[in-house]
Design a protein. Structure first.
Length: 272
């Protein structure tokens, strides 16, 4: 039997992010992705134009039907959440589900600031989700917001490990901080609270940012952990996969909003 992941995120028609990447990546990693949409968009929100259908009103009933159908999931994976109400629905889903893996990508901001849709109250509520998770994957901005640290890229590796420890003290057993720039490289830091082990991955950084790389990253980690792979292997695999897709995509003159051509490399994940 394949394991099931409830993937709570928006569905954007174009932009290769959120559910549009989570579904194929989890499938390639041989877990069943059960999408739990939060909103439906024509195009992700960085495009000059997009439609936005908020799914909040449907979410409680969607969950109730799963309960009546006795759908048991092996992992809950949540990404971008657009309102206090959505955060509360996801918190309740986590609290009433008996699953050993809860992956929360605390999507709140980037490049040192909160996204414009994000309020202080939402940050506070996100902490409740983090508290009940087993793994979080904040970028450095989100890691600093959650630990009330100043955002900059001059933290030493030891200081970064201490930030990861502070995050694990908020609740999760595993913390992965993404998008840390160190000289010409981009790092990810994986920290496991029970072993007190920290692990860095590092690849060359070409200074380019594409839509959805954080979603691809967390989807790979989520799929691998659901199938009982080790955290460090999962972070290494996700780092190398994105590096490869970015190098491939950068050869073409594409819009960053279109995301990366991960479809070309899904075979790497299928063969794991
Ligand atoms: N230009 C790049 N070169 C290599 N890896 C990258 C690049 N951009 C992103 N990544 C990889 O994708 C991961 C997630 O990207 P990041 O921008 O931190 O996500 P988010 O969208 O959550 O802010 C990074 O930690 C890194 O491993
Ligand atoms: C609705 C929406 N817009 C935009 C994005 C792209 O965000 P970024 O460019 O920071 O990856 C995402 C990513 O999940 C999204 O869900």
């Amino acid at each position: 039997m394949l394991k099931k992941v409830a993937a709570i995120n928006d569905l954007s028609g174009v932009g290769r992010c959120s559910l549009t990447v989570a579904i194929p990546i989890l499938s390639a990693l041989k877990v069943q992705c059960c999408p739990f949409p939060t909103a439906i968009l024509s195009s992700q929100t960085d495009y000059p134009e997009f439609t936005f259908l908020d799914f909040t009103k449907e979410m409680d009933e969607y969950r109730n039907v799963w309960k009546r159908l006795h759908i048991d999931v092996d992992c809950i994976y949540s990404g971008f959440l657009g309102s206090i109400e959505q955060i509360e629905i996801v918190s309740n889903f986590i609290k009433e589900t008996n699953t050993s893996l809860v992956v929360v990508d605390p999507v709140m901001g980037d490049n040192g600031s909160l996204y414009s849709t994000f309020t202080e109250e939402m940050c506070y509520k996100i902490k409740d989700l983090v508290k009940h998770s087993t793994l979080i994957t904040p970028n450095l901005t989100e890691a600093c917001i959650l630990t009330k640290k100043e955002y900059h890229h001059n933290y030493s590796r030891l200081e970064l490990i201490n930030i990861a420890k502070d995050l694990s003290n908020l609740g999760p057993l595993n913390v992965v901080i993404t998008g840390i720039v160190e000289g010409d490289n981009i790092l990810n830091l994986a920290y496991n609270k029970s072993s007190d082990e920290a692990y860095f991955t590092s690849v060359k950084y070409n200074n380019r940012s594409y839509s959805g790389t954080g979603d691809i990253f967390t989807s790979i980690i989520c799929g691998l952990l659901t199938n009982n792979y080790d955290l460090n292997f999962a972070v290494e695999t996700a780092t190398k996969f994105i590096y490869k897709t970015i190098n491939y995509t950068s050869q073409f003159n594409t819009d960053r909003n279109d995301g990366v051509m991960f479809e070309m490399f899904l075979g790497d994940l299928i063969s794991l």
